[in-house]
Write a protein that binds this ligand. Structure first.
Ligand code: PLP
Length: 226
């Protein structure tokens, strides 16, 4: 039988639930963020009809050209590297930024949010695996950036995000996801804040990410490849 976007969503949702249950977690703890980069509004509409409400884009320009063509009730999340000069557009479009990775950008987002009276949910991107040429804060820098972000009145720090390296076997990246959870727990132990969210897991590895505590999985191909 031909695959459809609705059918894919059903399958992904079922697998998220199975992964959650296998780890003794509740499926309500996990939000499916459908990643719509390169997808046209017609494809996104099919996902909306299938019941999805939260969508992720990795480029501000692309999000800007699409989001107005879709229902206002949707929630858009910025999941890609954010440049300072895109912060103004980003705060107008998005309800959550997963990929804050410097005080400089956080400062600009704070300023732009203050200007329009908006409070933004944010996650800090952490480079858990230590790979070169990747975005994300080093573990050693994280606490200092957390302190800064907590001081900004228009940013609501919800948690952490990571990208795992691309590998064939998802089990290989389990330590990366476990690592992000441990980093979050360590930040919480400082008493500075109580971070709940972990944005981790994509098409190749979301089940492992859910088993390790993901509260947001960012999935594109498994939903939109038909
Ligand atoms: C594209 C993208 C995803 C989704 O990737 P798939 O493999 O298509 O599920 C998740 N997170 C980020 C940051 C992305 O850019």
């Amino acid at each position: 039988m031909a695959r459809t976007i609705a059918g894919n969503i059903e399958e992904v949702t079922k697998r998220i639930a199975e992964a959650a249950v296998s780890a003794g977690r509740s499926v309500e703890e996990v939000t499916l963020v459908a990643v719509t980069k390169t997808r046209v509004p017609e494809e996104i509409s099919q996902a909306v009809e299938a019941g999805l409400r939260v969508f992720g884009e990795n480029r501000v320009q692309e999000a800007k050209s699409k989001y107005r063509l879709l229902p206002e009730s949707l929630s858009w999340h910025m999941i890609g590297h954010l440049q300072r000069n895109k912060a103004k557009d980003a705060v107008a479009i998005f309800d959550c930024i997963h990929s804050l990775d410097s005080v400089r950008v956080a400062d600009e987002v704070e300023k732009r949010c203050a200007a329009i009276g908006k409070t933004m949910d944010v996650l800090l991107e952490v480079n858990v695996s230590g790979e070169e040429a990747k975005f994300g804060l080093k573990r050693e820098e994280l606490e200092e950036v957390v302190r800064h972000v907590l001081s900004f009145p228009h940013l609501r720090l919800k948690g952490l995000m990571t990208m795992a390296p691309f590998v064939d076997d998802a089990e290989t990246v389990r330590p990366v996801f476990r690592g992000l959870r441990e980093v979050r727990d360590r930040i919480n132990e400082t008493g500075l804040c109580h971070l709940k969210d972990l944005s981790m897991g994509m098409t190749q590895d979301y089940e492992v990410a859910v088993q390790e505590g993901a509260t947001m999985v960012r999935i594109g191909s498994a939903i939109f490849n038909v």
